[in-house]
Design a protein around this ligand. Sequence first.
Ligand code: 3PG
Length: 306
Amino acid sequence: MKVLVATDKPFAKVAVDGIRKEIEAAGYELVLLEKYGEKAKLLEAVKDVEAIIIRSDIIDAEVLDAAQKLKIVVRAGAGYDNVDLEAATAHNVCVMNTPGQNSNAVAELAFGLMVMAVRNMYNGTSGTELMGKKLGIHAYGNVGRNVARIAKGFGMDIYAFDAFCPKEVIEKDGVKAVASAEELYSICDVISLHIPATAETKNSINHALVNRMPKGGLLVNTARKEVINEAELIQLLEERGDLKYVTDIMPAANETFASRFAGRYFSTPKKMGAQTAEANINAGIAAACQIVGFLKDGCEKFRVNK
Ligand code: 3PG
């Protein structure tokens, strides 16, 4: 059996070595397709494999059509909005993610972006500190929890809103749970976004919501670009010169943001949140083990297309 690792944004070599070890120990063959750029190369590579490990790589109906022997796709990471779940189910392909495996890396990057923004993008002028500031964690999943843990070390006053996480779970961590996103944005100096991209959340971070933030508000996005209503955020940043936006997911309108809001806007060139050796090892090896467990024992833990 062949297991394809298809990563346009490659894992660290040490993680690929670990994945290979798991796959070969199970008696399977590992095929590596990195930095492939064009979809045609992916379509060719999936032809004779039973399993695929991906990151943000797009698995749509065309890829699934080309992958005649495919049984399982594991997204080595949390968000699986890059996989067409309906098409996968129709093709009888199991889809899994590896929740929690890269969340510390993403949470640490959120703070990297935060410090950069409050220190005025390191332009030499006096910035501010995070200590004592109100931090709003928008969605309290694996990354949100890590953000809360790190924020305690910074001495921040921590709030969270999560429509699906019980208040008691949030408050057990010493974080103040609020009843709505509106309330969170009205209270907090810094908002850290950790919502997935779903039909409900797409474009949900809009003018009305972000405009609730107090003077000097900072929006930090290490989640997905699709959740931002870019046109409305641009309009708001024009209206309010006090607001800042920093993101790990380059907006479609990056050039507009960069040219109009110099000093108040920053985007990493490529999504870097999960780009650490540790996260690559954790998520990559978890993906390999999940594939072996599925192919050998039919284990479907972490299946997302139930
Ligand atoms: C995730 O959903 O796990 C993160 O956004 C990381 O994505 P990446 O593996 O494409 O960097």
